[in-house]
Design a binder for this molecule. Structure first.
Ligand code: GLA
Length: 403
């Protein structure tokens, strides 16, 4: 009997800590990451400024939480094998930086790699997994993005499982972001290993381009969007498909395209990691990144990834079931022409088999709000008539009218 109680106790302890780990990302993680704008040009000044800006711009209050230092903060390993931050760029060390970020009500993220070297050639984590997990915990790091360069001969499942286990054992709550670019279909195996996994190669700073390199490509927003289609069943509270960080505000796209990019990431329940220069952000970029109605769609507690309902001549209609019977609907114009919408809600009964939700305007009525203009557009009893500019969206929240 005593033995049985002990086994039950041990099992209960394990499952509670697994539960705690899962609970760290019940909605898609939100934050800022240095890579898209600054690449290797990181320093403690940059990170502190990002934390300051996150507060002063209202981004923290809009839900952004993690400040993530991507590649190039690390320079070598010491004689004991511990990872060393570049003393010129991070003279106060990562612990002091974590303390600073925490003092602003934010959390600190860091980057490493499952292989021997990071993608920028800095020391990777291979063979040092526990040591790294331990030091991150000691520094108070709250988020780890773990890459896949220099990983010859390694297996994704084993490598990421090992690091996940080490992070859990190190004892500090930490969000684990897998970045192996979708090669081993992590959506099929990683929901207990980490909280988010990249689904594709790196995002390019453009709407629909492909940037070819030797052996791999970087992808524009719509190319990445098309790669997310069959994956919605793998996303949910605690584990998310990650179509990569935002390029909003990085100048590669028009404001309309940036708005479409942000809207579609919200429709996908994607992690929202801003990747722009927060200090020199235009008011238009600020308004996109802090649109609370768009963020509410992304952060909806049901955690259901949206789906494409229809596509006609470059105009796509995407839907995302939300809590309390609401829906998000996004008309995405991928064409170069302005599109006219004439959408009869009553004639379009939409059955989402995955979420078991039906949008049926002949039995339920919804109030319609335009998420970008904030205008109320009547209800679903009348067909919706509107125009959408090229490479732009009409993003709507449909709120169920309760009788
Ligand atoms: C890979 C990742 C990027 C970034 C760089 C850093 O390309 O996919 O997101 O972290 O490495 O070197």
């Amino acid at each position: 009997m005593k033995k049985l109680l002990l086994v039950i106790f041990v099992l209960a302890t394990v499952s509670v800590s697994a539960q705690k780990f899962q609970d760290l990302a019940l909605t898609p993680p939100m934050g800022w990451n240095s890579w898209n704008k600054f690449q290797c040009n990181v320093s403690e000044i940059l990170i502190k400024e990002a934390a300051d800006e996150m507060v002063s711009t209202g981004m923290r209050d809009a839900g952004y939480q993690y400040i993530v230092i991507d590649d190039c903060w690390q320079i070598k390993r010491d004689s004991m094998g511990f990872i060393v931050a570049d003393p010129e760029r991070f003279p106060s060390g990562i612990k002091a930086l974590a303390d600073y970020v925490h003092s602003k009500g934010l959390k600190l993220g860091i980057y490493s790699c499952a292989g021997t070297k990071t993608c920028a050639g800095r020391p990777g984590g291979r063979g040092h997994e526990f040591q790294d997990a331990y030091i991150y915990a000691k520094w108070g790091v709250d988020y780890l993005k773990y890459d896949w360069c220099s990983s010859d001969g390694q297996n994704q499942k084993e490598s990421y499982r090992l690091m996940s286990q080490m992070l859990k054992e190190a004892g500090h709550p930490i969000v684990f972001s897998l970045c192996e670019w979708g090669g081993s279909k992590p959506w099929e195996w990683a929901s207990e290993v980490g909280h988010l996994w990249r689904t594709t190669g790196d995002i390019a700073n453009c709407f629909d381009c492909e940037q070819k390199h030797s052996g791999y490509s970087n992808w524009g927003v719509t190319k990445i969007l098309d790669m997310q289609i069959d994956m919605r069943q793998y996303a949910g509270p605690g584990h998310w498909n990650d179509p990569d960080m935002l390029q909003v505000g990085n100048g590669g796209m028009t404001i309309n395209e940036d708005r479409a990019h942000f809207s579609m990431w919200c429709m996908l329940a994607a992690p929202l990691m801003a990747g722009n220069d927060l200090k020199n952000m235009s008011s238009q970029t600020h308004d996109i990144l802090t649109n609370i109605d768009a963020i509410d769609i992304d952060q909806d507690t049901k955690g259901i990834q949206g789906f494409k309902y229809k596509s006609e001549e470059g105009l796509e209609i995407w839907l995302k079931p939300l809590s309390a019977g609401d829906w998000a609907v996004c008309f995405l114009n991928r064409s170069v022409d302005i599109k006219t919408i004439d959408f009869d809600w009553i004639n379009n009964k939409i059955n989402d088999e995955f979420s078991k939700r039906i949008l049926n305007a002949s039995v339920e009525t919804f109030k319609i709000k335009d998420v970008w203009t904030k205008k109320e557009l009547g209800d679903t009893q009348k067909p919706l008539k509107a125009g959408v500019l090229s490479h732009d969206v009409l993003l709507l929240r449909l709120s169920l009218v309760k009788n």
